[in-house]
Design a protein around this ligand. Structure first.
Ligand code: PRP
Length: 212
């Protein structure tokens, strides 16, 4: 039996996923060491390997078949636009992708004006404004602390993740439009789903039982 390989977005998503596998009786002792710098963990009994990757790289590993299965946020899946099957919503890491800004920017969104939109997710922002709203915008790519952009006049609005809303509140910004809900998803390589159909289906069924 060959190894079934999982790419996990390192951080909270990976921890949560490994904990779910532990509940299913699939354990990786080495992964429990908080100081470990190892990137690949193997369970010999079930012939399963997990590796930890930067979230935005998980869809790439899965599309190329370096991993059979990935666990990553819907935001990353949408932004990367890779050829994969999204097969399950794991229900954790729930948050929303939103257009945010100062209350005064609300009318700019309804008047169809050319505005600047700062985001860590330029593809999601571009698709939302061109396809859903038919509004021409200038997208400015940032890498973090995106809420700064409207505060220092880099952009009129931002497209970003809102979880509790505290970052917005503490910086005098608000949700102006909701783009979509987000959560952790399971994605599968298209060839793996055919070649390892039974094993993958069984794993997904077991995961499903744990989350429901
Ligand atoms: C994310 C996101 C928001 C914030 C939302 O940033 O980009 O800034 O969390 O969470 P809240 O609604 O609970 O305040 P993250 O902490 O990942 O860091 P970043 O600013 O570097 O993107």
């Amino acid at each position: 039996m060959r190894y079934l390989t999982f790419a996990l977005a390192k951080g909270r998503l990976a921890k949560k996923t490994l904990a779910m596998f532990e509940q299913m009786g699939i354990t990786c002792e080495e992964a429990k060491d908080p100081d470990t710098r190892k990137l690949i963990f193997t369970n010999e009994e079930h012939k399963i390997r997990f590796f930890l990757a930067k979230a935005s790289d998980v869809p790439t590993y899965v599309e190329y078949g370096a991993a059979d299965i990935g666990v990553v946020g819907k935001d990353t899946i949408m932004e990367e636009g890779r050829n994969l099957y999204e097969v399950m919503d794991l229900g954790f890491g729930r948050c929303r992708m939103c257009v945010c800004g100062p209350a005064s920017a609300r009318e700019l969104l309804s008047k169809n004006e050319i505005i600047r939109v700062a985001s860590k997710y330029p593809n999601i922002a571009k698709n939302y404004f061109s396809e859903k709203k038919n509004q021409t915008v200038e997208i400015i790519k940032l890498n973090g602390s995106v809420e700064l952009a409207p505060l220092v006049d880099l952009s009129e609005v931002i497209v970003d993740i809102v979880e509790t809303g505290s970052t917005l509140r503490e910086n005098g910004l608000e949700v102006l439009e909701e783009i979509c809900p987000l959560s952790a998803r399971v994605v599968v390589n298209q060839v793996s789903l055919k070649m390892e159909h039974e094993r993958i289906r069984k794993l997904l069924n077991d995961l499903n039982e744990i989350i429901h």
